[in-house]
Design a protein around this ligand. Structure first.
Ligand code: DX5
Ligand code: ZN
Length: 214
């Protein structure tokens, strides 16, 4: 399966968001990763549905919305109406995620489930049937530009063992870039989120090619 690259808008120049989105489109990005932070589940605040709606107006790219928020069930409809294509919730706030994943699926969106670096992999067992996109955090969420936690590599391999759906996306988020992409992909990931490594690159298309191993 080929690898998907998802530049995280958190690292873009927000004063020029339209040209930043064009840069991602023209650089071979597969989707735009949109980090939603509530200042509660994570110690930072980013943006919400109105910004997703504004982004939707100017691009056809897949909008992969990562909900780092405490009560995601309250906002599924708003993010859907805003134009999200996928919604990822956190196992930390939804230990029994099935009903919320069902709602995301009923809304016609990709169903994402994420786990933080300190969440035991075993906790995923029994909760993977309704997941299209499994997001493995390789930093503690809240901020871009952090260092990749090396133990993530073993965690990806462990997770890979318990996944039976060959079509499931295994996405890795935090400190990902050309230097560690091949190791992350070899461990079993097929979707790389990269903020700093893509928007921070002089030439994003080179960075994306490198992450793709080209
Ligand atoms: C972290 C976010 C990430 C972040 C990644 O809380 O979920 O998506 O934007 O940024 P980099 O690639 O700079 O680590
Ligand atoms: Zn993210």
């Amino acid at each position: 399966m080929s690898v998907l690259i998802a530049p995280s808008l958190l690292a873009c120049d927000f004063a020029n968001i339209e040209s930043e989105i064009r840069r991602a489109e023209n650089s071979g990005a597969d989707m735009l990763h949109c980090d939603i932070m509530d200042g509660h589940f994570v110690p930072n605040i980013s943006f919400g549905p109105p910004i997703i709606a504004a982004i939707r107006k100017i691009t056809k790219m897949h909008l992969d919305v990562h909900l780092m928020i405490s009560e995601p069930e309250k906002y599924l409809q708003s993010f859907t109406d805003a134009g999200a294509d996928g919604l990822t919730i956190h196992l930390e706030v939804c230990p029994q995620p099935e009903s919320i994943l069902d709602k995301i699926g009923d809304l016609g969106l990709i169903r994402g489930l994420s786990l933080n670096p300190d969440m035991p992999v075993e906790k995923l067992k029994g909760h993977l049937d309704k997941v299209d996109r499994l997001l493995v955090m390789s930093v503690f969420p809240g901020f871009g530009g952090q260092k990749f936690i090396p133990e993530t590599i073993e965690r990806i391999k462990e997770i890979k063992k318990i996944i039976s759906n060959p079509k499931m996306e295994i996405q890795v988020d935090g400190g990902v870039g050309p230097k560690n992409a091949s190791e992350i992909i070899s461990a079993g990931a097929n979707n790389l989120v990269a903020g700093t490594a893509s928007f921070g690159a002089k030439d994003m298309s080179v960075a994306i090619k490198e992450m793709n191993g080209l």
